[in-house]
Design a protein around this ligand. Structure first.
Ligand code: OSB
Ligand code: MG
Length: 374
């Protein structure tokens, strides 16, 4: 296979409801899409998950745009690619960081390969499931009452896991009220996006008493050692998100005891190659995993859903249907959720199984650029 052209586009998509996490609020997503074409004219779309601001990761859509154009795309274009699993090593050699930029290119090549073979992306990577269990990630709310109302509505829709964003001041009081209102059995977890430090131990031990499924990324990205100290003090499993930038960080986590659950986001770790490596490591080590999200459009969502079909993904992912985010998604059909909180994988169709609404994308495009080999 030979990638002969990549078109980069930036589109803008307004969220139905602003999404607030400890480090900032997103109203509108600026999304970087790639359209890859091979020597036969087969095309595939992929999405870069880098955000508007460097508050989750050092990467932004603007750094990713530059790195894809100048480094990631030129490395893989105009050369024979035997198999998509060859792309991750190619992008890692003497090329540090920029995992989200690399992932957009790497994952696009998996999709392109699946489409030219006429197989489902989930099947290509060894997925075994035909549907995946879905949870929802709920942004920081204005009051405990508002949170209770929101969670009640979402449980009624069928979601299998409720993740609530927290930060100091919007945490213990909110979650205690939620537990009192909805009882000890609802599948509840929190995500701090690094909002705490070891000095917040009292808040963290208060959260520990609420019977949560896990506490996601309480401390800083680079604080694997501090997470290990914290995990020893807590009964609740720590789940790492930002800290896991690749398989090596999972090995560190295992050796140090920094956490007991891993959130895999293929965009964060550099694509499907490293995601599958992390999946295999965790399966071997008995570490439960689930697939996280980055408020993707239906394009990126298709990749996350395919990945979550691998056998190690035993916990519900942040894989909500299109209508949770957008008035109108850019794919057809849109992603929908069954009343039992599962999303069905369109395994009878090639690739992710959805098609991009190119007319809609064109109308949302604010800039585009064509990359050709050479
Ligand atoms: O930490 O998981 C996170 C969104 C943007 C940045 C970071 C995170 C999130 C989410 C949203 O939690 C999950 C989703 O896509 O629904
Ligand atoms: Mg997270």
């Amino acid at each position: 296979m030979n990638v002969e052209r990549i078109i980069m586009r930036e589109i803008s998509l307004r969220l139905k409801v602003p999404f607030r996490i400890s480090s900032g609020t997103t109203f509108e997503r600026r999304i970087l899409l790639l359209e890859l074409t091979d020597e036969n004219g087969t095309t595939a779309w992929s999405e870069c998950v880098a955000g508007e601001y460097p508050n989750y990761s050092p990467e932004t859509i603007d750094t990713a745009w530059l790195m894809i154009r100048e480094h990631a795309a030129p490395r893989v274009m105009g050369r024979a690619i035997e198999h998509p699993s060859d792309v991750w090593p190619l992008l890692e050699r003497d090329f540090r960081g920029h995992k989200m930029a690399k992932a957009a290119v790497e994952m696009g090549i998996w999709e392109l390969y699946a489409r030219r073979q006429g197989v489902a992306l989930a099947h290509l990577i060894g997925g075994k499931r035909s549907s995946v269990e879905t949870g929802i990630s709920i942004g920081i709310q204005s009051s405990p009452g508002a949170l209770i109302e929101e969670v009640t509505a979402r449980l009624a829709e069928g979601y299998r896991k409720i993740k609530v964003k927290v930060m100091p001041g919007s945490d213990v009081e909110f979650l205690s009220a939620l537990r009192r209102a909805l009882g000890p059995d609802i599948p509840l977890m929190v995500d701090a996006n690094s909002a705490y430090t070891p000095a917040d131990i009292d808040r963290l031990t208060a959260l520990d008493r609420l019977g949560l499924m896990m506490i996601e990324q309480p401390l800083g990205t680079d604080d694997l050692l501090q997470h290990a100290h914290l995990q020893k003090l807590l009964t609740t499993p720590i789940c790492l998100d930002e800290s896991i930038t690749g398989p090596d960080r999972v090995r560190d986590m295992l050796e140090l005891g920094s956490g007991r659950i891993v959130n895999i986001k293929p965009g964060r770790v550099g694509g499907f190659g490293p995601s599958i490596a992390i999946h295999d490591l965790c399966l071997e080590a008995g570490i439960p995993i689930w697939c996280g999200g980055m408020l993707e459009s239906g394009v990126g969502r298709g990749y996350n859903l395919a990945l979550a079909s691998l056998p190690g993904f035993t916990l519900p992912g942040d894989l909500s249907p299109s209508a949770r985010y957008w008035e109108r998604d850019i794919v057809t059909p849109e992603w929908t959720m069954e009343s039992d909180g599962t999303v069905l994988l369109p395994l009878d169709r090639p690739g992710t199984g959805v098609e991009v609404d190119t007319g809609l994308v064109e109308s949302l495009t604010s800039r585009s650029e064509v990359i050709i080999p050479g």
